[in-house]
Design a protein around this ligand. Structure first.
Ligand SMILES: Nc1ncnc2c1ncn2[C@@H]1O[C@H](COP(=O)(O)OP(=O)(O)OP(=O)(O)O)[C@@H](O)[C@H]1O
Ligand SMILES: [Mg+2]
Length: 253
């Protein structure tokens, strides 16, 4: 039996604006399993980013509970939550958010130093390893303003991975990239997942979604459907794309 690493139980998120109540997450329940590459799709405004932020403790819920490894996240102290975000969770966003006055290499290194479990020498070694995996060569010593969007985003993945996170969260990681650069990023995410990395990714792109093992479809703040790829489909990208596309049409995507 698969054991969930992360689960949401009847979570709700409401914003109040001008005396009006906006329901962003509506009684949502879901389980995320270790080793899975879970993809979240859905129309703009469906609540995908909000869902990702509440699952990763970057934002709080107004109702319900989120459990990480059986612990209720809402009950953790601020310090425990900060440790979780630094050591157990990694984040990649659409914009790379690199620190502009640090080189690519330093951006990853500094993030690694936040993980107190690793010795300085280990962080250095790990950073080198990740830069290789992300195909970042001599450009590692350049500032973010002087590299391509693809290089910067690959560095952002290295930065997210340097703390050996249990879960890698990615919100439209290829959203700002062209097809070629997107495919490089997706190859890297696939490789990480094959090495056992649990990934949770939001995307609008079917090419990106077919890299997952499971696709959740969100609408009006809830998960409306779930699509699981079969082993047979795994071998055939074109078929995966066609089948997912058909399912998304049924979901009124
Ligand atoms: N801090 C906030 N205050 C008020 N409303 C918010 C806040 N954050 C998000 N919302 C609203 O919540 C809804 C869902 O937003 P969210 O960013 O989660 O959608 P999304 O599915 O990620 O959309 P997209 O595909 O465009 O990124 C939107 O209507 C948005 O305006
Ligand atoms: Mg979003």
């Amino acid at each position: 039996m698969k054991i969930p690493i992360l689960s949401a139980e009847n979570i709700g998120k409401t914003f109040h604006q001008g005396g009006q109540e906006n329901i962003i997450l509506n009684n949502l329940s879901i389980k995320i399993y270790s080793g899975d590459f879970t993809v979240i799709m859905g129309s703009s405004g469906a609540g995908k980013s909000t869902f990702l932020y509440t699952l990763s403790g970057m934002d709080s819920v107004t109702k319900g509970k989120v459990y990480y490894k059986g612990k209720e996240m809402g009950r953790l102290k601020a310090k425990e939550m900060a440790r979780l975000r630094a050591e157990d969770f990694g984040f990649v966003f659409q914009q790379n958010n690199l620190v502009s006055n640090l080189s690519l290499y330093e951006n990853v290194l500094v993030a690694g130093f936040l993980d107190v479990r690793q010795k300085t020498s280990e962080v250095r070694e790990h950073t080198e390893h990740l830069m290789k995996m992300m195909h970042i060569g001599e450009e590692r010593f350049r500032m973010p303003a002087h590299v391509s969007g693809g290089e910067a985003q690959r560095t952002a993945i290295a930065r997210a991975m340097v703390g050996n996170p249990e879960i890698l969260f990615a919100d439209e990681p290829t959203g700002a990239l062209n097809r070629k650069n997107s495919e490089v990023i997706l190859d890297i995410l696939t490789e990480l997942n094959e090495q056992g990395q649990t990934i949770l990714m939001v995307t609008h792109d079917i090419h990106a979604a077919i890299r997952g093992s499971r696709v959740l479809y969100m609408e009006n703040g809830d998960v409306k459907g779930e699509y699981l790829f079969s082993e047979m489909q795994r071998q055939d990208d074109k078929k995966r794309e066609e089948d997912l596309s058909r399912w998304l049409t049924q979901m009124h995507w």
